[in-house]
Design a protein around this ligand. Structure first.
Ligand code: GDP
Length: 204
């Protein structure tokens, strides 16, 4: 097993403007109920670091986590929860997109797509925004265990095509079975460590 991601919870915020400056940051984004909290817990190998909820849309806060080197991981509120009034929903979505397109510390945005459901209209819109604005991003397909093994190859192709990607460019994970978690840990660690390399070379 790859070493769990060493992150600890720092604070919750309701507005991206309240996020402190960071030497380097990665963000996790996805529609409500995509499995974002479960995935962050699996990456950190902790049970309750991010709160897994059976009530979609409840986590409307931005949760900030920090590594020992002060790199930050931002867990953004899930978008697209139907029961949230349109006005509020639009407000969040605008805030999230504003942050993703404007935050200069961002080294990588992980866009979570439900592996069983595939990309929704909002997921595609999110990817379009990121692409159009040249924001570095990685698509992570969640809940791999929910796709029957016989369907997995076809599903990989369909999901990637829906995101306009090559199947090899999508990272498939399951927080439940642990599939892909090690690979994603390695990827996230690489992005979070960019800063120590940068600082190291700046000092040298
Ligand atoms: P969030 O709203 O994106 O943070 O989603 P959660 O992490 O709270 O997960 C939403 C629901 O999906 C919960 O009932 C989880 O138990 C379930 N879930 C999350 N990840 C997985 C997974 O990898 N496999 C399966 N089968 N269920 C998952």
């Amino acid at each position: 097993m790859t070493k769990p991601l060493q992150i600890s919870f720092v604070q919750s915020a309701t507005d991206v403007a309240d996020l402190p400056p960071s030497p380097v940051e990665v963000a996790f984004v996805g529609r409500s109920n995509v499995g974002k909290s479960a995935l962050i817990n699996a990456l950190a190998h902790r049970k309750q670091l991010a709160r897994v909820s059976n009530t979609p849309g409840r986590t409307q806060l931005i949760n900030l986590f920090e590594t020992p080197t002060k790199a930050t991981l931002v867990d953004l509120p899930g978008y697209g929860y139907a029961a949230v009034p349109g006005r509020i929903k639009k407000g969040w979505e605008k805030m999230i997109v504003g942050y993703l397109l404007g935050r200069k510390e961002l080294a990588m945005v992980y866009v979570l797509v439900d592996g069983e459901i595939g990309p929704t209209k909002l997921d595609v819109q999110m990817l379009d925004h990121l692409r159009a604005n040249l924001v570095a991003h990685t698509v992570v397909a969640t809940k791999q265990d929910k796709v029957k093994s016989l369907r997995r190859d076809a599903r990989k192709k369909e999901l990637a095509a829906g995101c306009q990607l090559d199947p090899n460019d999508v990272v498939w994970v399951s927080a439940t079975s642990g599939v892909g978690i090690d690979d994603l840990r390695t990827i996230v660690n690489t992005h979070l460590k960019i800063v120590s390399n940068k600082q190291g070379s700046a000092k040298a």
